[in-house]
Ligand binder design. Structure first.
Ligand code: AMP
Length: 400
């Protein structure tokens, strides 16, 4: 079965085509700047030359058409015809309480995703555009939706409720949902597989730290707590997001600076985090370069980032009454030797012992970076959300 995985943003569309017999990626690519002048399509067929094409791509329907043209192109294509695509899997950010797992797309599913737009006003409409565009261009091909929130639907009430009037939950479903669920699920499963132990026997803390960042406490394979909340703003300090803060700061700043709701939202989501403290960049590479050059603001940004991350690891070890495995993943988790080193250096009380030479090795494979004597296994596992989406799509479509 060949599965096309689509991750549709408001002005972008990422894709990967899988052959599920081997789970090989046949091609992948990205359409950027949809709806703007000079949209860019980058197509990377496995084993062939990549292609970059600049043109005007007005909306998602046209973007999918262009992608299908590339997939079936005589030179850079990997398919004889579109009919070879057996199923399509879509990443959807918010599944609310409705979607506890991935689902086949039908009228009801689309209706429910639309109903959740309130909770993800930027992301769910983009996913709907991808779904509708796929349907228009590949009618009759089954589609599956895979949600970033679904893995965290196992959180108990004590984790997901906020201590605020219950009426807000009853009326508006104000609660914690978490995010990056597909990634946390993938790396926790992969960690158990790597260690050769049943996931049911493990207490795992997964650290998905990229531009956005979240930690999850995975107890026996089940998400029992995660650091993102009703929106992806809660929790860790991130590239441009504040993470946790005293909620009273919001009305205080709005009042003092005469800010609107949108302005304060933008401040906390786009102008905070590493960017705000360093004053220069949201990218961890720039922050660590700055720190190594003795730049005080970059150093402070790094220290705050690491400190807040480490506090969450401690909190989740407490939440599960222990931890067997800590997994680092995503852009920073997979690549930043110094972030991993500084976090682990301060977790010796848990029995963590980092092997600095293993930590310094760069590789795309899952690997252990703790010593043999470490009481906690520390692993680096490259995430693969697309493969997880392809697997769910394959499973659900095969069951039909
Ligand atoms: P992601 O959102 O998972 O793609 O992660 C993107 C982030 O990973 C970037 O903003 C960088 O801060 C970080 N990153 C990528 N490569 C490195 C690296 N070699 N060292 C430190 N951070 C990195």
């Amino acid at each position: 079965m060949k599965v096309l995985v689509i991750n549709s943003g408001s002005s972008s569309l990422k894709y990967q085509l899988y052959d599920m017999t081997t789970e090989a990626v046949l091609a992948k690519g990205l359409v950027e700047r949809i709806g703007m002048d000079s949209s860019i399509l980058t197509h990377k067929p496995t084993g062939k030359e990549s292609v970059t094409e600049v043109s005007e791509i007005l909306e998602h329907n046209m973007a999918i058409r262009k992608v299908l043209d590339k997939l079936t192109d005589k030179v850079c294509g990997v398919l004889e015809s579109i009919e070879e695509i057996d199923a399509i899997g879509h990443r959807v950010v918010h599944g609310g309480e409705t979607f506890k797992q991935s689902a086949l797309v039908d009228g009801d599913a689309k209706h429910e995703i639309r109903k959740l737009i309130d909770l993800a006003p930027l992301h769910n409409p983009a996913a709907m555009m991808g779904i509708n565009a796929s349907e228009a261009n590949m009618p009759g091909v089954p589609q599956v939706v895979v949600f970033d929130t679904a893995f965290h639907q196992t959180m108990p009430e004590k984790s997901y409720l906020y201590p605020i009037p219950r009426v807000l939950y009853n009326k508006y479903k104000v609660r914690r949902y978490g995010a990056h669920g597909t990634s946390h699920a993938y790396v926790s499963e992969k960690a158990a597989e790597y260690l050769g132990k049943p996931i049911e026997s493990l207490k795992i803390i997964t650290c998905h730290i990229g531009n956005g960042a979240s930690l999850t406490a995975v107890d026996g394979g089940i998400s029992v707590d995660t650091s993102m909340g009703m929106t992806p703003l809660e929790g860790l300090m991130m590239g441009t997001r504040s993470g946790d803060l005293d909620p009273a700061i919001v009305p205080f700043v709005m009042n003092k600076e005469d800010l609107t709701v949108n302005e304060v939202n933008s401040m906390l989501n786009k102008h905070s985090g590493l960017l705000a403290i360093s004053g220069t960049s949201s990218d961890m590479r720039d922050i660590t370069d700055g720190m190594q050059a003795g730049e005080p603001n970059a150093t402070l940004a790094f220290e705050m980032y690491e400190y807040r991350l480490r506090k969450y690891v401690g909190a989740y070890a407490a939440a599960m009454n222990g931890v067997d495995v800590i997994v680092f993943t995503a852009g920073i988790g997979e690549n930043s030797i110094i972030v991993r080193e500084k976090v682990c250096e301060n977790l010796t009380y848990l029995g963590v012992e980092l092997d600095k030479s293993l930590n310094a090795i760069r590789s795309d494979d899952p690997r252990r970076i703790s010593t043999e004597n470490s009481k906690v296994e520390v692993l680096v596992i490259p995430t693969n959300e697309e493969l997880m989406i392809a697997r769910d799509t394959f499973r659900i479509v095969s069951e039909q």
